[in-house]
Design a protein around this ligand. Structure first.
Ligand code: PGA
Length: 261
């Protein structure tokens, strides 16, 4: 991480876990940890049904609430969908876009991702754009090309001004929920390639302001090494975010890292 140019962001992704009634106690437990970690933004991404209670419970804390998906249209005949305007109206600040589970199980395409990024920005939300390669792609030495392509698609027609609100998450599919974490060097290599691509499109100044997170079996045990890398500016955390002690441990690792920075 590099605190001079960009924020550190520790974001939990509950996926389809826990109940709306569990938000309050969870946030109560986490808020001291979040308060101690200045310069580190703490985000909690919960299911749609939990958003209202999470936003309420997080009021007055340093925890921002995020959604895990959105629709790209502002409103209309899209039964079962939720628009970014609806999320923003609730007090939601972030939205995860293009998570590999959505791409794999719900057929989300690069074009969908791009439309959703635009919709999120238009509504004043910060998109957390997920990129990541499968094991096959990695073993064929094509990971960096794959990530660069996903990134360019996701950010098509996004301006440098808009880029300031965008968060990128590198999440290798082979590391998600598997306990098989990328090495700090692997995470940083991809983080650097992402920043290099951003630099080529938007220039050095815009590129260095973007927070690039790592996601995939990040835990309180391996966070320190990952967060010490220059192009790993935080984490998107699934499994470990279900436990406030574990997520709190990752926030603490970020705090320690920032102290020494
Ligand atoms: P994990 O999930 O931490 O459980 O591997 C990360 C994610 O999918 O965002």
């Amino acid at each position: 991480m590099n605190r001079r140019y960009r924020k550190t962001i520790i974001a939990g992704n509950w996926k389809m876990n826990k109940l709306p009634s569990e938000c309050k106690e969870y946030i109560l437990r986490l808020k001291e940890k979040a308060a101690a970690a200045k310069w580190c933004d703490v985000v909690l991404c919960v299911p749609f049904t939990h958003l209202a209670s999470a936003v309420k419970a997080a009021r007055g804390t340093r925890i921002a609430i995020g959604a895990q998906n959105c629709h790209f249209a502002d409103k209309g005949a899209y039964t079962g969908e939720v628009s970014c305007a609806m999320l923003a109206d609730l007090g939601v600040k972030y939205v995860i876009i293009g998570h590999s589970e959505r791409r794999a199980y719900f057929g989300e395409t690069d074009l969908d991702v791009n439309k959703k990024v635009k919709a999120a920005l238009d509504a004043g939300l910060r998109p957390i754009v997920c990129l990541g390669e499968s094991l096959d792609i990695r073993e064929n030495n094509a990971a960096l090309d794959h990530i660069r392509m996903q990134l360019k698609f996701a950010l098509k027609d996004i301006t440098a001004q808009q880029l300031r609100k965008v968060v990128i998450a590198y999440e290798p599919i082979w590391a998600i929920g598997t306990g098989k974490v990328a090495t700090a060097e692997q995470a940083n290599e991809v983080g650097s390639a992402i920043r290099e691509t951003l630099r080529a499109i938007y220039g050095a100044r815009a590129a260095r302001g973007v927070s690039i997170l790592y996601g995939g079996s990040m835990s309180e045990k391996n966070a320190e090494g990952l967060l010490a890398m220059p192009d790993v500016d935080g984490g998107l955390i699934g499994g470990a975010s279900l436990d406030t002690e574990k997520l709190g441990g990752i926030i603490e690792a970020a705090r320690q890292e920032l102290k020494g920075n």
